[in-house]
Structures are given as C-alpha cells and as structure tokens.
Design a protein around this ligand. Structure first.
Ligand SMILES: Cc1cc2nc3c(=O)[nH]c(=O)nc-3n(C[C@H](O)[C@H](O)[C@H](O)COP(=O)(O)O)c2cc1C
Ligand SMILES: [Fe+2]
Ligand SMILES: [Fe+2]
Length: 403
C-alpha cells in the first residue's frame, strides 16, 4: 500500500491489516482493520499517531516514501491506546522529535506504557493551538470518547479533523476514502459495528462533542479517523456526523433481536414462535443462535433493533455460558431505550427465565409480558405463549417508535 496524499502536503502513512479478524481481543472484525496515521509537511513536520508495535516496520517503510523520519519535528498522539501508540517508542527512537504532544490524561497513560523519562512530552488542552508554519493545530480533548485521554486534532487551514477512534470503522480496503467504497450499505454496517461495539457507552459524550464541534464553529470538509476510510467533502462529512448523532441518540428502531442458546432445541422452537408473534404485528426481526454468532455480531445487529428477546434453557440452575457472555457484553455497552422479554426451556428447577429477566431489568428493558418457560418440549399452550410474547414485545416496540 502506497502513502496517499489526502490534502496538499498531508499524507496517510498507516497500515491496512487484511489478516486480523480479531479486534483488540474482544470483538471480531471479519473485514480486517486499518490503523491510520498521518504526516503533515510544513515548516514543522508532524506525525499524527502511529500503529500497533508489530506493524511499525511497515509503517516506517511507508513514512520513508514521504519524508525522512529524522525530519519529523513533532509527534501528536491523540490517544495512548496501543493500536495508535504501540509503535511510539520506535518512532521516538528513529525520528528524535523535538516535541511529543498528547492530552493531560494521555501523559499518564503514556508514562504507564513507556519509559518516557528523557522524552520531550508536552500535554495540550482543549483550546491550545500549535503553529507549525502555514498551519495551526487546534487540540480538542474528547474525554471518554472513548478513553479518558482521547483527543482530536483540527487543522482549520485544511478544514481537516483528525479524529482518532471517533468515526472509525473496521475495514481493510485498498480504498482510503468513503466515497471510493462501492458498497455504501456495507460501509454503514461497518460504522454501526464499530459504534455499537466500542463507542455506544459514551453516547452522551458523543452528543456533547458534536455540539462542541458546532459551538466551536469548526469548518470541516474532511474527517480522517484512525480506523477505516476517510470522509472527504461536505456530503460525506455531513453523512458521518449525522450518523453519529443518530446512533448516539438511540432513538427506537423498529426491529427485534431474538438470541438464544440451546442443547436439545426446545428453546430454539420457542425462539421461532416468538418470531411468528412479531411477524403477526408487523415487526421485522432477526433470530441469532449464539453458537453461530460472536457476541460482537449480536451488538452489531442491535444497531438496527430496539427489542431484545434473549433465550436460554436452564443449565446447572442458571443460563448457558454463551448467553451469559452476550448479556455481560451487552450490558457493559449500555444500550438504552429497549423493550424485550425472556424465554427458555427447563427440566426441573427452571431458573433461566428468572436470570434472563434479571439481566433485562439491569438494562432497564421494558418487559410488556411475562417470560415464557416450558418444561422440556414446548406444548401447544407454550407455543401460543411464545407467539403472544412476540406480539406483546412487537406492540410495545411499535408504541415506542410512534411516541
Ligand atoms: C448439563 C445439563 C444441566 C441441566 N441443568 C438443569 C437445571 O439446573 N435445572 C433445570 O431446570 N434443568 C436443567 N437441565 C435440563 C434442561 O434445562 C432441559 O433439558 C431443557 O429442556 C433443555 O432445553 P433445550 O432443548 O433448549 O436445550 C439441564 C440439562 C443439562 C443437559
Ligand atoms: Fe482506542
Ligand atoms: Fe483505535
């Protein structure tokens, strides 16, 4: 992959990782990922972010095609997580920068990951401006979007926002820009996948940041995130800003998500009848068997759904581990404004629906019907109860959407 000039004298020198389908050890990224970093050539030459340590050679080779690394004067680290700062020690060694900039919170994490004694590190706060010649770099702290240290770098002369993790997507592609991707719908899915697996808990922070962008009257015609493609031009910039507002607001989405695990398929039968009930009231739905889907795929589907209906047979007086895993993951991501219900088969003690209801309560999910449980194989009455659960959740969802 060659360096790409994204604006005059501003180059992408990142790393496209087609091979890794594992994102940070907790999510899958079936289309690979990208670690973006950028070089601005001016009176002072600036490198924005780096890549994971194991890709530093690759990045350095690309950097050398644009500039001799020794000529880098400043390194800006917008976020000290190892996908962006991993190669920092090596870059400091090779570039010998005059200054390294990060947020005040970044200073703490940088000192924790690296031996920074002797490094020319300087913390910068929101409102601070660094002149590099023809350009000025404005720093904007974006605390908890998605770590305490995260920040944006904005260059008004180029109308360019370097946004770090915000607005990212996990796609490995030869395309550097959103408009080059022919599958527009797929791009939306990748934006949602990234948001619902990483950014969702910080949605109130996203809304504040979007307001701040308006308040500071940042004139932006390019958003360059640290993962995935770059949004170029008013149309694509407007698209991603609106998409972020929409996802952060978590307005009701008229689709239901049924997910379950099963041993002998009784719980699965209930899942399918719940689907029939949803169908009867005109609510689209998706059924996901957890042995076929990773927990991050469940969250990605939640981007399109505001009803969750988890199912599990009772297993050793509780729920099955994959269901517990998804619910643990989902609760941590703090989805809002959901309706739902629980279901499952049991053999003697039958604790699963009680436990599932507990998880729904913990996520403040509105539950318009009693959970559906059946002894071993569902009877006709159990199947009717399952259909009824689907209808009731569907009706509650429609009411939520029409509010
Ligand atoms: C290893 C194992 C442990 C189980 N533990 C319980 C239990 O603690 N309490 C209970 O009510 N049923 C328990 N069951 C019975 C299942 O809940 C029951 O067979 C149920 O119908 C399975 O639903 P499924 O067809 O969706 O897998 C257990 C079954 C197995 C195989
Ligand atoms: Fe990050
Ligand atoms: Fe990242």
């Amino acid at each position: 992959m060659k360096p790409v000039e994204i604006k005059k004298d501003i180059y992408w020198v990142g790393m496209v990782n087609f091979a890794s389908h594992n994102f940070h050890g907790y999510a899958i990224s079936p289309r690979g990922t990208t670690y973006n970093c950028y070089v601005v050539k001016d009176e002072k030459n600036v490198l924005f972010d780096t890549v994971q340590a194991d890709h530093s050679e690759d990045m350095l080779a690309r950097l050398r095609q644009v500039i001799e690394p020794e000529k880098i004067d400043y390194i800006v680290i917008n976020h000290v997580e190892l996908d962006h700062a991993g190669a920092l020690a090596e870059m400091v060694e090779v570039c010998k920068p005059e200054k390294i900039f990060c947020s005040p919170m970044g200073l703490k994490s940088m000192a924790s990951y690296f031996d920074i004694s002797g490094w020319p590190v300087q913390a910068v706060k929101t409102g601070e401006v660094l002149n590099i010649g023809k350009r000025n770099i404005h720093f904007v702290e974006t605390r908890m979007l998605h770590w305490p240290d995260s920040m944006f770098s904005y260059i008004p002369e180029d109308k360019l926002l370097i946004s770090n993790d915000a607005f990212g997507q996990n796609i490995a592609s030869y395309c550097r820009f959103a408009h080059e991707i022919d599958e527009k719908e797929a791009l939306t899915n990748f934006i949602e996948e990234y948001y619902f697996n990483i950014v969702l808990p910080f949605s109130s922070q996203v809304l504040k940041t979007l307001d701040l962008v308006t308040e500071l009257k940042l004139d932006i015609d390019m958003i360059a995130p640290d993962h995935g493609v770059i949004f170029k031009g008013q149309k694509d910039v407007g698209f991603i800003l609106n998409k972020y507002r929409e996802m952060a607001e978590q307005k009701p989405r008229k689709k239901a998500l049924i997910f379950y695990d099963t041993m002998w398929r009784s719980t699965e039968t209930l899942a399918n009848y719940i689907g029939c009930g949803l169908d009867q009231v005109g609510v689209p739905y998706r059924v996901m068997y957890l042995k076929n889907h990773h927990h991050s795929q469940i969250m990605t589907e939640l981007a399109k759904c505001s009803a969750i209906i988890p199912g599990s047979p009772t297993h050793n007086n509780g729920i099955m581990p994959l269901v517990a895993g998804v619910l643990t993951y989902m609760k941590g991501l703090r989805p809002q404004n959901l309706v739902g219900g629980a279901f499952g088969s049991y053999g003697w003690s039958g604790e699963s629906t009680r436990d599932l209801t507990g998880w729904l309560d913990a996520m403040k999910v509105e539950q318009p019907a009693e959970p559906v449980k059946c002894l071993f194989r569902p009877t006709k009455a159990d199947l009717e109860a399952a259909e009824n659960l689907g209808r009731k959740v569907g009706e509650a969802l429609i009411a939520k959407c029409e509010k």
